[in-house]
Design a protein. Sequence first.
Length: 157
Amino acid sequence: MFFDFDNEMVHRASYDAQARVEMLDELGLAAQIMYPNVAGFGNQNFLKSPDDALRLISVEIYNDALAEFQDATNQRVFGMALLPWWDLDAAVREIERCHANGLRGIVTCSNPEEAGLPDMAMPHWDPVWQVCSDLAMPVNWLYATKLGRRVRIGVTG
């Protein structure tokens, strides 16, 4: 069960790499970018967990599965890696790890200030921008992404 949908209601191409390639062929598309959904486009839903280790391993598991999905489509679906943006050092390491695993870009939140972190235009984020530049990893974010309410790192409510 996914939200109010059971597996029979969800299009097979949303979770099956071969079905995704078949759908691309039917639509006449050569390739596609895959963005997260349940985690939130900017990965903000992982902040609902107060457990730092659980948040980080969740990002890593998601990104590993994304790399496997990309490989299974013969590089026709390009997953954008989620970042643990609430931990700058972990974010830089994850970009490097994802690049080594074949992912081609990242997706991050557009408004970390809602979680008590500096705005994306601040020098705080320079290590992220630098590693992305060095590895030619495009950065994606949805400007309208909101945390839904003010959430401090590790604290919800």
